[in-house]
Write a protein that binds this ligand. Structure first.
Ligand code: G3P
Length: 212
């Protein structure tokens, strides 16, 4: 499974670049860094050689397509995040014809993912944490999307997004999701286990006894 970092923070991306397959951003994450997409995306592309998602702000398909064409010129790895709306799906269909890669975002159901895949989306991003927040089962939606894509052999890849804890990543991997886009704090937690730390300390303490 590929791991993307879900952030627009350059330091966080640099720290984990060695393990990253890509990066996703959204307007909230860019705003958190006080930067526009145009300011931050080319810098991210210099650090990670993989798909880097930046999001359109228009709500109509014409505006989305115009923004997408412009953003895709920034770097060959830029992927255009388009929200899951009727206008968004129209834009994805056109951009797919032009060979511009898209990531259909704010996906909360298998039907939404099906429509995005039919339009030719490169990626769909189901938001598992936000579904869990309203008492639904985010990972169940991921499982359904994977089944639907499998049934019809869609090439569209599933990015498990809105990840809140390492267990989401594990569940995504067990289901066979293509990608999980993970916040910095969650990725850090994935590396660690109390027994690993305890084991290292015990090994080093024991070895001190024979070290001259
Ligand atoms: O980038 C999209 C998604 O991962 C947002 O996550 O935590 O704002 O629901 P969150």
């Amino acid at each position: 499974m590929k791991i993307f970092l879900d952030t627009a923070n350059i330091e966080q991306i640099k720290e984990f670049a060695f393990i990253l397959d890509g990066v996703t951003t959204n307007p909230t994450l860019a705003a958190r860094e006080g930067k526009t997409f145009k300011e931050v995306i080319p810098d991210i592309c210099k650090i990670v050689d993989g798909p880097i998602s930046a999001e359109v702000l228009s709500l109509d398909s014409k505006g989305m397509i115009k923004e997408a064409r412009e953003m895709s010129k920034w770097h060959k790895n830029v992927v255009i995040k388009i929200p899951m709306t009727i206008e968004g799906i129209k834009a994805i269909k056109q951009l797919s014809k032009e060979g511009i890669r898209t990531n259909c975002t704010l996906v909360f159901s298998a039907n939404q993912a099906l429509l995005a895949a039919k339009a030719g989306a490169t990626y769909v991003s189901p938001f598992v944490g936000r579904l869990d927040d309203i008492g639904q089962d985010g990972m169940q939606v991921v499982a359904e999307i994977l089944d639907v894509f499998d049934n019809y052999e869609f090439d569209t890849q599933v990015i498990v997004a809105s990840v809140r804890h390492p267990n989401h990543v594990k569940q995504a991997a067990l289901l066979g999701a293509d990608i999980a886009t993970v916040p910095y704090e969650v990725l850090k937690k994935m590396f660690s286990h109390a027994l690993t730390d305890k084991g290292i300390k015990a090994f080093l303490d024991d070895y001190k006894k024979v070290e001259k």
